[in-house]
Design a protein around this ligand. Structure first.
Ligand code: BGC
Length: 795
């Protein structure tokens, strides 16, 4: 039978003999495996004298109106990301009222806008062109939470590196990423953009992304400015409802929310974005404490701060500003240098200067920070350097980039369950596979909700295409969509959802029954049932919060019908959040979480299900049993009445911290992720039973691959401080290593703990250690570890 290959598959088969194998070695020239230096490298210092002279001259020629123009960021019309756009942006560029633009990519389109700025304004200052390059520009990598599930910093950096290469050829020199908001509530749609619930992992990933986007030198034409967003606390929105209030203690703020942002400053991130939320009574966009006192004075940030989309205007509904003018005054004086879309700076700053409410000196400082970035990007030297049609043609969706996307995608999948070694699918035994589900052959869902400029129609490879490509004529694939992931709604709800453009169906829709019948007949003809179920991509992301975590539509019902056939069942989940998978956990043989895997997702799923690649992903976020457990995260406090589930006398456990109708434990813990092979851990060896506050402690474990395949394991290290001046979590991730093991191979994995690893914000908010007894844990998941103890002592 002749295989019909779609464009992406065709490109691969032509250049790689029909089957692209990706290995880390292939990408070593695309990333620096070692950490790169922060962007303020030495050549930048040499350039500084030249730059200062140039910018002093330029700023001295600028009128106040032209200066204020530099503080304005406008949105174009490509992939509009907010509720308001301004149609007059071209005229405003001509009028010198725009310093930067976003949602306006394309080498040619960028050139056209840049030409207006350079040739038709009095001073010819080039524009910065930005875009949300979140997990790829046109070659789309796994959704951010999936990238975090790789626990592989090289993979994360590679994704950002490729994205920067593609974007910078396509007219873009600034991305609004990484998002480093720490998240604990899967109802919030934006958990899909985060790196999960843990501060150690989130911080490492945020830095890897900054390094990938910015490289070690912003002046290279294939690097772009990164943005640390959203500063700060946005991930804690109450009830998981987007844009909602956050209220967080000082300790919690500094312990879990601030560290990724501080680390990005240290890594030289070029820009910061304010967040929408009200943080402890002050909207972050109007917070002088955050934007000036902490970010500038305490952390020494030298780039510029952009607001989120119309976030200054929102100070009015927040109840923090009387009107738009007052909002502009508050935000600018707080330290927000650039106004995204809201146009309040161009409308009000000149008057505010005249009234003495805003100082021109402060405007000069903000303008200078923005112009410095333009200089560092090389825009004054060549404003069109990011508009390189030939490079775009060569670099975008290149075979190397597609292979990189496949490499990262298969690393991002998490094997949640695998009873009876149902996976991998053995193609010498299996003659037919029923492939069922609304996500099995849906191109647009493969690339997730924030795939920026990613094409949803032709390039993404679906699981059905991936299966056909992998199994060819050897195995018959019986495909049926089978179910719908659209919300099932009442008539009234349908109206609301239609208004919002959200798809919904009625439970009595007769096409649902027909689809289900087709699925059952496909399954009857097959040796194994593979279901690709989950959420439509737009159920995650901004403004996409849910109150349920169950699989929407009639997917559950269809799975229940298929279960009656008594055949082996595999569930591949695609979604941007932890879902309630209780039924599947009890009834399905194997579950693989594949997030939204990107352009090469279908090939990568086939790689993993077939065993061509052994799964290595680990959960960056706890999967609750039910939405009622939320917020649930591994590094909780112990409470005064910790519940002991294994106490044989459960009567003693009644007045304990627990639920009547659910275990406390999650369905799948943070760090969980199985392999097709088996890793055995020895007991922990410590270099000593005490550690001095000035010393260090070596902690090691022998890990043996006792299973049937070579594979990678993420060895995780956690600690627990028993007593502190404030109470300490039951476990905290302090290190991890992703290590390759040949079949039968044993390795000693060693970590070195120092005082810095054990430091925390003490009761008086000072950063440091306190002598105490500690537990140290090493294992394969936060709930599956070996344990030892040591004492931290003064010396
Ligand atoms: C989002 C930001 C994004 C911006 C520009 C906002 O609505 O919160 O994350 O970068 O839009 O698209």
């Amino acid at each position: 039978m002749k295989k019909v290959l779609k464009p992406t598959l065709l490109a691969l088969s032509m250049t790689m003999g029909g089957y692209v194998m990706a290995s880390s070695a292939m990408f070593s020239d695309m990333i620096n495996v070692e950490r790169t230096a922060p962007v303020s490298a030495s050549h930048w210092q040499d350039d500084k004298v030249k730059m200062d002279a140039f910018l002093d001259g330029l700023i001295s020629k600028m009128t106040l109106q032209e200066k204020v123009g530099q503080l304005d960021l406008q949105s174009g019309f490509r992939n509009v990301t907010g509720p308001f756009v301004n149609e007059a942006y071209e005229q405003q560029i001509k009028d010198g009222q725009v310093g930067a633009i976003f949602n306006a990519y394309g080498a040619d389109f960028g050139r056209q806008l840049q030409r207006i700025a350079v040739e038709e304004t009095r001073l010819g200052i080039p524009l910065i062109v930005g875009h949300d390059i979140i997990h790829g520009h046109k070659t789309i990598f796994p959704q951010s939470i999936g990238e975090a599930a790789t626990w592989d910093l090289n993979a994360v950096k590679l994704s950002a590196r490729v994205a920067a290469k593609e974007a910078s050829a396509d007219g873009i020199m600034w991305t609004f990423a990484p998002m480093a908001d720490l998240v604990r509530d899967p109802r919030w749609g934006r958990v899909s953009e985060a790196a999960g619930e843990d501060v150690f992992l989130s911080t490492a990933i945020a830095v890897a992304r900054v390094e990938g986007f910015q490289g070690d030198d912003l002046s290279q034409d294939d690097t772009i400015m990164a943005t640390a967003k959203h500063f700060v606390g946005y991930g804690l929105s109450q009830g998981g409802r987007d844009y909602h209030t956050t209220d967080v203690s000082e300790h919690e703020l500094w312990t879990t929310q601030m560290p990724p942002f501080k680390a990005m400053v240290d890594a030289g991130v070029a820009t910061f974005m304010t967040s929408f939320n009200d943080l402890n009574g002050v909207p972050a966009t109007g917070s002088k404490r955050l934007l000036n006192d902490i970010l500038r004075d305490q952390w020494g940030f030298e780039g510029f701060v952009v607001t989120d989309y119309t976030a200054i205007n929102e100070l009015v509904p927040h109840g923090y500003a009387r009107d738009d003018k007052h909002a502009a005054e508050i935000a600018f004086n707080a330290g927000a240098d650039m106004d995204m879309v809201g146009q309040l700076y161009i409308n009000h700053l000149e008057d505010l200067v005249a009234e003495g409410k805003v100082s021109e000196d402060k405007i000069n400082t903000s303008v200078r920070q923005i112009l410095e970035m333009k200089w560092r990007l090389g825009l004054f030297e060549d404003p069109y350097r990011y508009n390189d049609e030939a490079r775009a043609e060569r670099d975008i969706l290149s075979n190397d980039n597609l292979a990189a996307a496949r490499h990262v995608a298969r690393k991002s999948f998490v094997l949640l369950k695998n009873d009876n070694q149902t996976l991998p699918l053995k193609d010498d035994e299996i003659k037919s596979i029923a492939l069922i589900g609304p996500l099995a052959d849906s191109k647009s869902d493969m690339i997730g909700n924030w795939a920026a400029a990613g094409d949803r129609k032709s390039h993404p490879v679906t699981v059905l295409e991936g299966f056909k490509h992998r199994f060819g004529d050897n195995v018959k694939i019986n495909y049926a969509k089978g179910a719908s992931y659209d919300y099932i709604t009442s008539k009234e709800d349908t109206k609301v959802r239609d208004g919002l453009g959200i798809s919904s169906i009625r439970a009595d829709d007769s096409s649902l029954k027909k689809d289900m019948k087709r699925a059952i007949s496909a399954a009857k003809k097959s040796d194994v049932i593979v279901m690709v179920m989950g959420e439509e991509q737009r159920m995650s992301g901004e403004a996409s919060s849910r109150v349920e975590l169950t699989l929407p539509g009639n997917q559950q019902q269809v799975m229940e019908e298929l279960k009656k056939l008594g055949k082996p069942m595999v569930l591949v989940v695609m979604s941007g959040r932890p879902n309630d998978l209780r039924w599947a956990d009890e009834n399905v043989d194997a579950i693989l979480h594949a997030w939204y895997p990107g352009t090469m997702g279908g090939i990568a799923v086939a790689d993993v299900l077939s065993g061509d690649y052994i799964p290595t992903g680990k959960l960056p976020m706890t999967f609750p049993r039910s939405v009622g457990q939320v917020p649930i995260y591994y590094n909780e406090k112990n409470t005064g009445r910790p519940y002991l589930a294994d106490n044989p006398n459960q009567r003693q456990e009644h007045y304990k911290s627990r639920y009547d109708d659910s275990p406390n434990t999650p369905l799948y813990a943070f760090g969980h992720g199985l392999s097709y092979t088996q890793f055995d851990y020895s007991e922990i060896k410590l270099s000593s039973e005490t550690m001095s506050v000035n010393g260090e402690l070596t902690v090691s474990v022998d890990v043996t691959n006792s299973g049937e395949f070579a594979g990678e394991e993420v060895v995780q290290l956690y600690t627990r401080q028993h007593v502190g001046s404030i109470t300490r979590p039951v476990k905290e991730l302090k290190g991890f290593q992703k290590v390759h093991f040949g079949k039968g191979e044993s390795k000693t994995i060693t970590f070195t703990l120092t005082a810095e690893d054990l430091a925390f914000y003490r009761a008086d908010m000072s950063w440091g250690v306190e002598p105490s007894q500690f537990d140290v844990f090493i294992g394969t998941a936060s709930d599956n570890v070996k344990q030892a103890s040591f004492e931290l002592v003064e010396k």
